[in-house]
Design a binder for this molecule. Structure first.
Ligand code: ATP
Ligand code: MG
Length: 504
């Protein structure tokens, strides 16, 4: 009985622990359940997932931004250097010497004149070199000095001029300098340089700010996820606390359902489950009460009879003794029948209850009629007999049908007709037992298939020997076969009970 809280606890365990994407599995004791990994509280797990996912996304965004910004800096520097050297190339072709008004005849004058007009940015340096004597001519027209004067450093200058390609980069005390050179006439070189590290440092500064904001966003998302998950999990916590308060003695607690979202649906399902549990426990208790009551009567009778045997007056008279023993034996038989019916009812729920095999419906009908005829002197008739085979367990079905026959016997007198018939139609094998007795009143018809239900008058109930289990057993056996057992609603005379077993 402790399984009430266990079951509820199992169902609600998702409220306390994470079991993402776990398949439903059969637990070892045969119950179907969901394997729940009890590691991290669900609320923490939600926050962890949100923060983890956001961290991943922000990392990708930050790295992509850094890559894009650095690529932009690279592109800007390449463009700037290309523009500077392009301007020089155009000037070399189209420019005129201001002194002569003619194209430049002297490379030095060309360089000087061009450099004179330049106003490079803070990170730039442009200079010219006359290569005839490797003496540098440097003309810088810019408001501030370049980060480092590469033109004044002979090794740097030499490395640039000696490089076989027209553009490259070189390490300087002011960081990496990207450069591009162009020949100036036959003896000179025009060189444009760009100190890229300052722009890269700007990118790093921007990135630091971005990372800072990202971390702030991450922290806010974590706090937000904590509150939101708290709100979402609140009904689950409520379900959990209600589940914890439920015991087999008090199944009356319910969750107040508010709204139409998933959580309201969960609460409704949970309340529904409690309704079913309460109903099942109620039925179980009623069943145990009724069983105890039914068994107590024959026990009292047997005990009374045994006590009678102990009395000298009865114990000495063989005839009286035989009567008392017969009475006690009758009661013990009655008890044995009740116990056997209870066992069948309980076993009918088990999957291995039936051992089916193909059985001829006609043979089964005839066997039933033979057995019935031995029960009591009635006018036994066999009506239509169905032709065909059905997959069923005759060891369960024949005793169940005999319950119907015994009922018919019980409600008829000597020489009254009891008819047994069967049919096979539309994939259903039907067995009918009809009698010409008093029939079943419409009021009683609704309950006679219930356990311990006995129709008829109160007097009949008080004096009757039946426990009210027969029809419940018939129905349980029929349902175990996937079929039904019912009272034929056609008006009397008498009563006709029908058992239907699918055979298609
Ligand atoms: N053929 C019948 N004619 C009239 N009433 C019937 C007939 N069969 C069953 N009933 C009614 O249905 C009730 C339930 O039948 P059921 O077989 O379940 O119990 P029972 O015969 O009283 O006891 P048990 O079968 O356990 O010995 C009976 O008490 C009776 O009132
Ligand atoms: Mg009966």
């Amino acid at each position: 009985m402790g399984s009430v809280t266990d079951t509820a606890g199992l169902a609600m365990a998702t409220g306390t622990a994470v079991g993402f994407g776990e398949p439903a599995v059969a637990a070892e004791d045969g119950r179907r359940g969901v394997r729940v990994r009890r590691r991290v509280p669900a609320r923490l797990a939600i926050v962890g997932w949100v923060v983890g996912l956001m961290f991943g996304v922000l990392t990708v965004v930050n790295l992509a931004s850094q890559h894009a910004l650095l690529a932009e800096v690279d592109e800007l520097v390449t463009e700037t250097l290309a523009r500077e050297s392009g301007e020089f190339a155009r000037f070399a072709v189209a420019g005129v010497d201001p002194d002569t008004g003619l194209p430049f005849a002297d490379d030095g004058a060309l360089l000087a004149s061009h450099l004179d007009r330049q106003s490079p940015d803070d990170d730039e340096i442009v200079f010219g070199v006359l290569a005839a004597d490797r003496a540098a001519i440097t003309v810088l027209r810019q408001p501030g000095a370049p980060p480092w004067d590469a033109s004044a450093d002979a090794p740097t200058r030499g490395a640039i001029l000696d490089d076989p390609v027209a553009a490259g980069s070189i390490d300087t005390p002011a960081g990496e300098m990207r450069w591009e050179k162009r020949p100036a006439g036959t003896t000179g070189w025009f060189v444009a340089g760009y100190f890229i590290d300052r722009d890269r440092a700007d990118v790093r500064d921007s990135m630091r700010t971005l990372v800072l904001y990202s971390l702030l966003g991450l922290a806010l998302a974590g706090v937000g996820a904590w509150f939101v998950s708290g709100r979402i999990m609140a009904p689950v916590r409520l379900v959990r606390s209600v589940a914890a308060e439920i015991t087999e003695r008090d199944l009356t607690r319910r969750i107040a359902v508010d709204g139409h979202d998933d959580m309201a649906a969960l609460a409704r399902q949970f309340n529904g489950m409690l309704d079913r549990l309460q109903e099942a426990f109620g039925a179980q208790n009623r069943f145990i009460d009724a069983a105890a009551h039914e068994l107590r009567t024959p026990l009292t009778i047997v005990r009374g009879n045994l006590e009678l045997l102990g009395l000298q007056a009865v114990g000495d008279d063989p005839q009286e003794r035989a009567e008392v023993v017969a009475l006690a034996t009758d009661e013990l038989d009655r008890m044995a029948r009740i116990v056997a019916d209870l066992l069948t009812l309980s076993r009918s729920q088990r999957p291995d209850f039936l051992r089916r095999r193909p059985v001829s419906v006609a043979e089964l009908t005839c066997d039933l009629a033979d057995e019935a005829a031995r029960l009591a002197p009635r006018r036994w008739t066999v009506g239509d007999v169905g032709e065909g085979r059905a997959d069923l367990d005759p060891h369960q079905l024949v005793p169940a049908l005999l319950h119907l026959v015994r009922n018919a016997v019980h409600h008829t007198g000597d020489g009254d007709e009891i008819r047994i018939s069967s049919s096979v139609e539309g994939g259903v094998a039907r067995f009918r037992v009809s009698d010409r007795g008093p029939g079943v009143s419409p009021a009683a018809a609704a309950t006679i298939f219930d356990r311990f239900a006995r129709g008829g008058s109160a007097r009949a109930r008080a004096t009757g020997t039946g426990a009210g289990l027969g029809l419940a057993v018939v129905r349980a056996v029929a349902e175990a076969h996937g079929g039904t057992a019912r009272l034929d609603p056609a008006p009397g005379p008498g009563a006709t009970f029908v058992v239907e077993i699918p055979c298609g």
